[in-house]
Design a protein. Structure first.
Length: 71
């Protein structure tokens, strides 16, 4: 391997390491649970409106949310 190629590889490796260190750890999100909590506190009219529109796109998800709201 040519010296400049080795140098470029090392440089790229260092850049990748720096990027990984700079990336925020982030917060894990449970979207389903968040939607469920939102629907629990929503007024009845709003909750039904959301669930009806959702059922048109994803009937299984709407059904699962309804079942979890009854618990």
């Amino acid at each position: 391997m040519k010296p400049e190629t080795q140098s470029n590889l090392e440089s790229n490796s260092e850049i990748q390491t720096q990027k990984k260190q700079e990336e925020p750890k982030g917060v894990k999100i449970d979207g389903f649970q968040q939607v469920l909590e939102m629907l629990k506190i929503a007024d009845t009219e709003f909750r039904e409106s959301i669930l009806k529109r959702l059922a048109k796109r994803d009937p299984n998800l709407a059904s699962t949310l309804r079942a979890n709201l009854r618990r």
